[in-house]
Design a protein around this ligand. Structure first.
Ligand SMILES: Cc1cc2nc3c(=O)[nH]c(=O)nc-3n(C[C@H](O)[C@H](O)[C@H](O)COP(=O)(O)O)c2cc1C
Length: 386
């Protein structure tokens, strides 16, 4: 039996622009069939979000004004106050997306959206960026991270940005509908999920991590392809097209993606441009020479690319004790090569967990006989935004 998906639109707004967009996102989710709570931090009694809303929701739109290229502190405080829930693991697997406004077109809208998600990786939430998956997003400036709009002192937004916010609300509602279904076993409703583990094989440590992720995904019931980039019989874009989910990894290079992995993503561009990567589930793994020499930033750089795909990002967060034991990187598993060329038992255990988690989440996100986790369907006409 399907349960109605639940979406909470949690926002802070001083002058009203963010509030107008939050209402539009709520209308979009409602028109798609979700049960929606529109909640304003600092709002009047009954409309302010409380912890119970986070437990109730399958997914959240988080909307904030851009303050110094970052989340406005009232919203940040709300997120921080939810730490006891995070500690209990109660916030994992929420699907989240973001909206922001700012005065200057390039005054920090992208950084603010990325900052929102930075907290969400720690929750083990599933990040659902806008990508280039809907014409409404392109019309509103083509921000793949979420919806970003100009601020207005009177709190007014134009129809272009309202439509983008509605489309984002509807997109979130569709993903939440999939997560709200009762679990149907490790295989998901349409047979085994297909997972491609794609690795830059330059470092032996990365190859070992890739094998551990593949092992975890296979143990969780997925059909797995374990592939290397850059070799004649290695990974191709067709493997990514085949897969419901991808795990991508390589050695961190100057705090970003390795050249071979970058090359591979460039090869996948025609797929992205034709919308074929929309809704793929994605996770990352990395090796770096020193404990703090780029393992986190390289994973975030990978996820930035995944935003452009419109992928659903599946970080490990702290959803299993193995992550903390292996060094506590909530963005993805990382191995420090200064500790030895190959990862030790603890790191491998976390990699196996991350692969299994990717397979399990993908099985939930997938529809029957449909390879696209966030299945496209004609959006219902959203009600007029008041
Ligand atoms: C403390 C503060 C910091 C701000 N920082 C930025 C900024 O970094 N970049 C920018 O373009 N606008 C900045 N602004 C303008 C806000 O983004 C703008 O007031 C807000 O998006 C309006 O949203 P609202 O109508 O929902 O209150 C800042 C405003 C304040 C009050």
């Amino acid at each position: 039996m399907h349960r109605t998906p639940r979406v909470a639109v949690i926002h802070y707004s001083r002058n009203g622009t963010v509030h107008a967009l939050a209402r539009a996102a709520a209308a979009g989710a409602e028109a798609d069939g979700a049960q929606v709570r529109l909640l304003r931090v600092g709002g009047e009694h009954g409309t302010a979000p409380v912890h119970e809303d986070l437990l109730w929701a399958d997914g959240m739109v988080l909307a904030t004004p851009t303050y110094f290229g970052n989340i406005a502190s009232p919203l940040k405080q709300f997120i921080e106050a939810a730490s006891p829930l995070w500690r209990e693991g109660a916030l994992a697997d929420r699907v989240v997306t973001g909206i922001t406004t700012s005065n200057s077109p390039h005054g920090g809208r992208e950084t603010t959206l990325l900052a929102l998600y930075q907290s969400m990786y720690h929750w083990g939430a599933l990040i659902l960026p806008a990508g280039t998956t809907d014409g409404a997003f392109t019309a509103a400036g083509g921000n793949p991270y979420g919806v970003a709009a100009p601020a207005d002192p009177d709190g007014v937004t134009d129809t272009v940005h309202q439509r983008a916010a509605q489309a984002l609300g509807a997109r979130l509602s569709r993903a939440c509908a999939r997560m709200a279904r009762p679990p149907s076993g490790p295989l998901g409703p349409g047979g085994p999920s297909r997972v491609a583990v794609v690795c830059d094989p330059t470092e032996p440590g990365t190859r070992t991590l890739a094998s551990a992720l593949a092992e975890g995904a296979e143990k969780a019931g997925a059909e797995v392809r374990l592939l290397h980039t850059g070799s004649p019989h290695g990974a191709t874009p067709a493997d990514v097209e085949w897969a419901d989910a991808v795990a991508l990894g390589g050695p961190a290079f100057l705090g970003g993606l390795s050249p071979l992995l970058t090359r591979f993503l460039a090869d996948c561009e025609p797929l992205r441009a034709s919308g074929k990567l929309d809704g793929k589930a994605a996770t990352g793994f990395v090796t770096a020479p020193q404990p703090h020499s780029g393992s986190e930033s390289a994973l975030l750089a990978l996820y930035h690319a995944m935003h452009h795909w419109g992928a659903v990002i599946v970080p490990p967060g702290y959803t299993d004790p193995s992550i903390t034991i292996a060094g506590g990187n909530p963005y993805g598993i990382s191995h420090t090569t200064a500790h030895g060329p190959l990862p030790g038992r603890d790191v491998l255990a976390a990699a196996v967990f991350q692969g299994a988690r990717l397979a399990r989440v993908t099985a939930r996100l997938r529809g029957p006989h449909h390879p696209d986790p966030v299945v496209r369907r004609e959006p219902a006409r959203p009600p007029a935004v008041r």
